[in-house]
Design a protein around this ligand. Structure first.
Ligand code: ACO
Length: 423
């Protein structure tokens, strides 16, 4: 295997060492060009490593996903979301005593300040729940100003726990606000997921207890969504954190990025697409439209996976378990037909386009009677554990600098200003 790359420029030759399969972009600067020192051009960071990370490993060609070295399939089968959050943040699986303490610590912080709740209450009745989540999470640093002291390990720890704990509460309040329902406060009698479902769905019953199969399905979905290495929202979190920001401010960047239809907003877009297609017999016509470039097959394709997304496989199984409780989502047949046809079509095969995590998750959320606008919120809540693990890793990384990419300037130079009446 190559240990270095040799670059010839005119009569000079440069040797750049290869470490961990990469060259240092700054090593290129020793090579002069007509436009200054040599740099790389990589819109979308398609082939650029921006950090070292020991959190999540993905082999996109083989369809492998591991958190801290543990395969996602094993974690989804046996673990709980809070245990996975501990693993992501601390690097090791907890002992029984550590897990009990961790669950206690997180559950203790689930309440939010009444004024943070009011930020949601004062939103317009039809505002998107992601907008309400963004503004209420942004407000949290005002309630915990010590969070700005990111060099204090205790402040880092307690504010990360607070954020993990409060995300479901704020998410549930954002949901209930859209429906005009009263807010349900966290209950000490319920575990993290049971409590989240109660805060979302409790009506007049004295004690709300969700069906255990649904609790497990949400736990699994949360595990699958917990982290995904340097995706768009994690990169946004790391970029904002690189300027020295607290967990709350950095997480808002992640929520904002996740909102986009090419990222976490894709599950909402999948449901809109399935509604537009309307029936199984219209699937071939839709696929022809995708091949002709008139539409995208939402929930298909991934920057990293060039194979079946392992999370999509697990979600398909969870969907069956949820449908046992809720009844089958009628749009499932359209999704299955889309997948069946797409996986046999040259257009999708040659571009290595497979279902991603968002293709089936929306069907589950719809079966649980969430409106599509809530789907991305259901992604943001568990992804917070990944964002915080990555935030912490970036803050503690001695190599991490403020993120400030370069550009290739394509505009005018040296123009002379002209008074408005002369233009
Ligand atoms: N439907 C149709 N064609 C597609 C799709 C799709 N879903 N995805 C990619 N392609 C095509 C592109 O048009 C391109 O074709 P071309 O080579 O003829 O120009 C080729 O496949 C490569 O696609 P890129 O856009 O270059 O791939 P990139 O890595 O930049 O994009 C992305 C990845 C954004 C996920 C893309 O596949 C997409 O838009 N998918 C639909 C949205 C979606 O499901 N997003 C969720 C991703 S998972 C997540 O964020 C949690």
């Amino acid at each position: 295997m190559a240990k270095s790359v040799h670059i010839r420029s005119g009569s000079a030759e440069y040797e750049l060492p290869i470490t961990d399969g990469t060259i240092r972009a700054t090593d290129l600067r020793q090579i002069p060009t007509d436009d200054g020192p040599l740099a790389t051009y990589d819109p979308g960071f398609v082939n650029t490593a921006a950090c070292r990370s020991a959190i999540t490993f993905i082999d996109g060609d083989a369809g492998v996903l591991e958190y801290r070295g543990y395969p996602i399939e094993q974690l989804a089968e046996t673990s709980s979301y809070l245990e996975v959050a501990y693993l992501l943040l601390k690097g090791e699986l907890p002992t029984p005593a550590q897990l009990a303490q961790w669950e206690n610590d997180v559950n203790h912080h689930r309440l939010v300040h009444e004024n943070a709740k009011d930020i949601i209450s004062k939103s317009r009745y039809d505002s998107h729940p992601m907008a309400k989540l963004m503004s209420s999470v942004a407000s949290l640093h005002a309630f915990y100003p010590g969070s700005r002291n990111i060099s204090d390990p205790e402040e880092r720890e307690v504010n990360v726990i607070r954020l993990l704990a409060k995300m479901p509460t704020l998410a549930a309040f954002a949901y209930r606000h859209s429906l005009g329902r009263n807010y349900i406060y966290p209950s000490d009698e319920l575990n993290f997921i049971e409590n989240f479902l109660a805060m979302l769905f409790k009506r007049q019953e004295r004690h709300y207890k969700a069906d255990e199969r649904l609790v497990r399905a949400i736990d699994v979905l949360f595990i699958l969504h917990a982290d995904h290495e340097q995706n768009c929202s994690t990169n946004a979190v790391r970029a904002v954190a690189s300027a020295g920001n607290d967990p709350y401010t950095s997480a808002v960047a992640g929520i904002a990025a996740l909102f986009g239809p090419l990222h976490g907003g894709a599950n909402e877009a999948v449901l809109k697409m399935l509604a537009e297609i309307g029936s199984v017999d219209r699937v071939p016509e839709f696929i022809e439209g995708v091949k002709a470039g008139r539409a995208k097959l939402m929930g298909f394709g991934h920057r990293v996976y060039k194979n079946y997304d392992p999370r999509a496989r697990i979600i398909k199984k969870s969907a069956e378990e949820v449908f046992e409780v809720t009844g089958v989502n009628p749009r499932l047949k359209i999704a299955q037909e889309l997948e069946r046809i797409a996986l046999g079509e040259e257009y999708f095969v040659s571009r290595k386009l497979y279902p991603n995590v968002d293709f089936y998750s929306g069907l589950i959320y719809e079966a649980l009677s969430f409106p599509p606008a809530m789907f991305t919120v259901m992604f943001a809540v568990p992804r917070t554990s990944g964002w915080m693990a990555q935030w912490q890793e970036g803050v503690l990384d001695p190599e991490q600098k403020i993120m400030r990419p370069r550009q290739i300037y394509t505009g005018h130079r040296g123009r002379t200003w002209v008074p408005v009446q002369d233009r």
